[in-house]
Design a protein around this ligand. Structure first.
Ligand SMILES: [Cu+2]
Length: 352
């Protein structure tokens, strides 16, 4: 009898203790610094049964053109850069400016402490201004025109798997699958060198999707100490096959490292370096035929070193709002491509 009541008291105490521990757990302060800069995807895991929804708005600007890592003028492009769809022998249409914006909706769910599932839906909107040169050769400008496309882009499903976890160091694996939900058949009206407006299939880079399933593999490390956090993420993505138009995107390798400082639980600032290397498109879409640099599959892929500055905030211990601005400090393109000016990512995340 005595033993039984002792057991009861013991169990009740244990129960109360665990309730108290849970209460304390659920009142843990949400710290801005525990998430990577907003431009990093799949940086964190969640606790069992936790959901997170996120919305990111990314905007990117490009202007002028590079050949390798050097600027190349419009006149040099139209007199020296071969047109893969000859004749004309050289390219006659030159991209001038491009802005693209992407709306990204993300969902995360953790079926266990070791596994977090991720899904991302993306909507893209691109605008490009181009200059057409007159006739088969020479440097006489015929006129300018605009090209635009928008719609659902490719989507992504990913699994984040915990490999190592201590209070100061965490490592997880990233395994992703890009699903080609975007379009590769978008068309637009083009001003041709013969001064005829024609509706043609838009070049590869103006399509809203890649048309190919892609696999993504990577590792992410996060470290924490005092008011500092840091991390490294390496990702490799590779096409799993040609799309319906007989081409596929090149492999892409990304390596990024960041460090952040917490001014308070609610505000942290970050510096990030990102290196990415992507290969040209392989294969050819026979319907992409305009005499423009972007219609050449070899004019895709680049080696880019980006520098990013970011701010993470937490409002009311619940709403994460973050911003990251980045611009290339070293940009080397395959063939001839537009030059990247900058990129801005604004994000909102909520977990429950
Ligand atoms: Cu999350």
């Amino acid at each position: 009898m005595f033993k039984q009541s002792t057991l009861m008291v013991g169990l009740t105490a244990a129960g109360l203790f665990s309730l108290a521990a849970n209460a304390e757990h659920s009142h843990t302060t949400t710290q801005a610094i525990t998430h990577a800069p907003i431009g990093v995807m799949g940086d964190h895991l969640h606790k069992k049964d936790e959901f997170m929804m996120s919305y990111r708005f990314m905007t990117m600007h490009m202007s002028g053109n590079l050949q390798g890592s050097h600027n190349i003028s419009n006149d040099d492009i139209v007199t020296s850069i071969a047109n893969p769809n000859a004749p004309p022998a050289t390219v006659r249409v030159v991209p001038q400016d491009m802005s693209s914006s992407m709306h990204m909706l993300g969902f995360m769910y953790a079926p266990s402490d070791d596994v977090t599932l991720m899904a991302m839906l993306n909507y893209i909107d691109r605008d490009m201004s181009l200059t057409t040169y007159q006739g088969m050769m020479g440097t006489t400008v015929l006129g300018d025109f605009e090209s635009a496309s928008s719609g659902l882009a490719d989507s992504k499903l990913a699994v984040l798997y915990r490999l190592f976890d201590s209070p100061n160091h965490k490592v997880h694996a990233n395994l992703g699958w890009v699903i080609p939900t975007g379009s590769i058949e978008e068309t637009g009206e083009v001003l041709t060198p013969m001064n005829m407006p024609m509706t043609l299939r838009l070049p590869y880079g103006m399509q809203t999707g890649t048309g190919s399933h892609q696999g993504e593999f990577g590792l992410t490390y996060n470290g924490y100490a005092g008011n500092y956090s840091w991390g490294v993420q390496g990702l490799l993505s590779t096409s799993l096959g040609e799309n319906d138009e007989a081409y596929e995107p090149g492999n892409k390798t990304q390596l990024t490292g960041w460090t952040a400082y917490a001014f308070s639980d609610a505000v942290s600032a970050s510096v990030r370096v990102k290196y990415s290397s992507s290969q040209e498109i392989s294969g050819v879409d026979a319907k992409i035929v305009a005499p423009v640099t972007t219609a050449n599959p070899n004019n895709y892929g680049a080696d880019v070193l980006d520098l990013g500055l970011g701010i993470n905030t937490v409002i009311a211990n619940k709403h994460r709002i973050a911003l990251e601005y980045s611009q290339p400090i070293n940009y080397k393109v395959n063939g001839v491509q537009m030059d990247m000016d900058n990129m801005l990512t604004l994000g909102y995340q909520i977990a429950f």
